[in-house]
Unconditional design. Structure first.
Length: 217
């Protein structure tokens, strides 16, 4: 029988790994943008944060820029008075992020074609600071709870399956169900990214543009 101390240590390591996998959900975005443009987008993480803020705002029916409107006009506006289903909020958030990406491309990135990589790198840093401030101004800076319907808390099946492995003092591995979902989604995204980046003509065209814009034309 394995000692309980060893299993407790393994549980901590496993939970750390699962948490790391959850944060790695942002990584495919970094890789895809870098492969397609040759630019490391420092605003990628803030874009994910802005998308999460927008999703919560749509879910709870929050009025955008309500804090600013109340401060300027002395009103007390906060919510529209509805609660949107998760899937509708996700679709609306996706639409807003696509619209925001088009605006950024038209107003910023389009004018930086063929510039030095350091210029594009600094532009993404500036964009990150802008989006961070815009998100707080648009949706507020208070802590928000993101609920997309995925269960949270310890997984009862894994806990019951591993209970007793380390004797009477070990009650089973505590693995958060949300981390399990995140790990599965992350694996699917990474596999999809590998297939897209290795076996499609679209990524080859994007990489050709990134290597030499004039030659690609």
């Amino acid at each position: 029988m394995v000692s309980a101390s060893f299993l407790f240590g393994f549980e901590v390591m496993l939970n750390g790994l699962m948490t790391g996998i959850m944060y790695s959900l942002v990584a495919p975005g970094f890789v895809l943008i870098y492969k397609a443009s040759g630019v490391f987008n420092c605003a990628q993480g803030v874009m994910a944060l802005f998308a999460a803020q927008t999703l919560v705002g749509f879910q709870t029916g929050q009025i955008p820029f309500s804090h600013l409107i109340n401060a300027v006009f002395g009103t007390s506006l906060h919510n529209f008075g509805w609660i949107l289903p998760t899937w509708i909020a996700i679709v609306l958030s996706l639409g807003m992020m696509i619209l925001f990406a088009i605006i950024v491309e038209k107003l910023i990135l389009k004018h930086l074609i063929n510039q030095e990589p350091i210029i594009l790198f600094m532009a993404t840093i500036g964009l990150a600071y802008f989006m961070k401030g815009l998100g707080e101004l648009m949706w507020g800076s208070e802590i928000k709870r993101l609920d997309i319907g995925i269960p949270q808390g310890g997984n009862a099946f894994i806990e019951s399956l591993t209970a007793g492995l380390g004797g009477e003092n070990f009650y089973g591995f505590y693995i958060d169900t949300l981390d399990i979902y995140a790990a599965a989604i992350s694996i699917l995204l990474v596999i999809s990214l590998i297939i897209f980046s290795q076996y499609t003509k679209k990524i080859r065209a994007l990489r050709a543009v990134a290597d030499d814009h004039q030659a690609a034309l």
